[in-house]
Design a protein around this ligand. Structure first.
Ligand code: ADP
Ligand code: ZN
Length: 523
């Protein structure tokens, strides 16, 4: 479509309608491209300013812009904000009363509306696209476009309806937007939305103001206390389960913090109240499941902590990305254990998903484990998951500021694995360490494990170090933890090369714990 059909220039709209002085990053490029009738894919981190990439073109082009969005809360937020700026916007979704729906349709058909937010399933309902007529559609914006991909971590089958758009409306620009930028998801989006020949506008995903740290869970509350002493203000603590969210909030309150729980199992009123207090800018610590987050837009979140290993780097990135949107320093902390890793692996193995889906989930989990266990710059490891290569180490993550020492622990690893094998792969770490350190416990006597060649062969290795070795072996996949059965350690196929001495085992000595312990003594 030629440029001269534009009603107003993008800069005018940006200034007069949205009150901003200028475009940020690649916004200007995207906006001019779409206003001129081009399609494209926009990859920008959360908080990067994706909305303006379609809102401004929507006001510059004739006709109605249709914005596909997966969440009603997200639609309502954006519509409310637009109306406040004096833009004719509305949303069509399943929670509207009949009366409201009719009013929206009246505005659509009278040509008054400029932006219409719809859920993907709505698009194919009510004969919507047929009633619209292609000449009155200014553009299609597909927000959270990763939902169309099975590779993405929020696959929504309804998004597949959008694969019909380019056939039905070849003249209308399609702009897909997402904060998920791993290569496979990106290719999937381009293929499914027929954007192979359209440009990809990729912004850097680096959020340099967020300090990254991860540590094996030793004494969770002590570690959390030490972390909370180094941060200030509002934060989110992602807990693996609803119970954990409740318990953590309660413990923090008893420890003198203003803390709230948030999870999908709470009643609507309680959820709304928690959301309201958070949105209003109160200084609180939200102890939440991942149910909390989509659509929250609070700029001054100072920290995000995870008490369990996320399922993949995309989810972790989005969750920590809720910190420091104002550009001021913020901190992220990830605490994880061997149990988390094993539990996730088992969950994937036992899920009813197909082989391909399982492979995807395993790859994603392995990438997350690699970040958690990284012995090199954590930011580099994370950004590499999004196809981005930092020129040098960030100098501002825990690994950069406090590099872990790597020691060759091949012999110790061999001892642990063979102790597990010789005891029949039926025991947890505690018992194996008793055997290795030559402790004559009742259990050792009962099973005659003092007669094993490994008995007492690991006295020189401290108890805590055995734990580090075990966790790292689990992370590498050489040991499996049978989570259902009291955490017994089971060597896997990939333990063989280690046992045969064909590869070395480098132990990453954790640097977080001693420092946290020291701080606790000072306090
Ligand atoms: P995303 O959807 O990518 O997470 P948003 O579109 O919600 O990000 O934008 C994040 C914040 O940045 C919003 O508060 C928005 O008003 C602000 N913002 C975006 N672009 C600009 C700009 N060019 N100038 C000033 N503020 C902007
Ligand atoms: Zn770093």
């Amino acid at each position: 479509m030629p440029r001269d059909t534009a009603i107003r220039s993008p800069e005018e709209v940006l200034h007069e309608v949205f009150g901003h002085g200028g475009f940020r990053g690649r916004q200007a490029e995207v906006v001019h491209h779409v206003v001129a009738g081009g399609s494209g894919l926009v990859l920008m981190p959360t908080g990067g300013g994706k909305s303006l990439c379609f809102q401004v073109p929507a006001l510059c082009r004739p006709g109605l812009a249709i914005v596909v969005s997966p969440l009603i809360a997200l639609m309502e937020d954006q519509v409310a904000a637009l109306r406040q700026q004096g833009v004719a916007a509305a949303a069509l979704h399943s929670e509207l009363e009949e009366e409201e729906r009719r009013a929206v349709w009246r505005d659509i058909l009278s040509g008054q509306l400029k932006l219409l937010y719809v859920s993907p399933e709505r698009l194919s309902m009510e004969g919507m696209l047929e009633r619209m007529g292609s000449r009155s559609v200014a553009l299609f914006a597909i927000d959270e476009a990763h939902c169309i991909s099975q590779w993405g971590h929020h696959f929504r089958p309804e998004y597949r309806a959008l694969t019909l758009l380019h056939g039905q409306f070849p003249e209308v620009p399609r702009v897909a937007l997402t904060a998920t930028a791993d290569g496979r998801t990106v290719e999937d989006i381009r293929r499914l939305l027929d954007l192979q020949d359209a440009p990809v506008f990729r912004s850097s995903f680096d959020r340099p103001n967020i300090h990254l740290a991860a540590a094996p869970r030793e004494s969770e509350r002590q570690q959390l206390r030490a972390f909370l002493r180094r941060v200030d203000g509002t934060g989110i603590i992602y807990c693996g389960t609803r119970n954990k969210a409740e318990a953590t909030a309660e413990w923090l309150r008893s420890d003198g913090h203003e803390a709230l729980a948030f999870h999908a199992g709470m009643d609507t009123a309680a959820k709304r109240e928690a959301h309201r207090r958070f949105a209003r800018g109160e200084q609180v610590i939200m102890c939440a499941t991942i149910a909390f987050g989509m659509g929250i837009d609070r700029p001054d979140v100072r920290f995000v902590a995870h008490l369990a290993l996320p399922q993949g780097p995309e989810g972790w990135y989005q969750e920590i990305g809720r910190a420091g949107r104002d550009g001021l320093p913020a901190k992220a902390l990830l605490l994880y254990g061997a149990g988390d890793i094993a539990l996730s692996r088992h969950r994937i193995a036992e899920s009813p998903a197909g082989q391909e889906q399982k492979r995807i989930e395993r790859a994603r989990l392995d990438a997350m484990v690699a970040i958690a266990e990284s012995a090199t710059c954590r930011r580099r490891t994370l950004l590499r998951c999004f196809g981005e290569d930092l020129e040098k180490d960030c100098g501002a993550c825990d690994v950069c500021t406090n590099p872990p020492r790597l020691v060759d622990a091949t012999v110790a690893a061999q001892k642990l694995i063979s102790a597990a094998v010789r005891t029949g792969s039926r025991f947890g770490l505690g018992h194996l360490v008793d055997v290795l350190r030559g402790r004559m416990t009742d259990k050792v006597a009962q099973f005659g494990h003092d007669r094993l060649p490994t008995f007492g062969k690991g006295k020189e290795v401290a108890e805590g170090t055995w734990k580090d070795i075990a966790r790292q072996l689990v992370a590498e996949g050489a040991l499996d933890v049978a989570v259902e059965n009291f955490g017994e350690l089971v060597p896997t196929e990939s333990a063989r090369p280690l046992l045969r001495g064909e590869r070395a085992f480098m132990l990453r000595e954790s640097s977080f714990q001693p420092r946290a312990a020291r701080e606790d003594r000072v306090a």
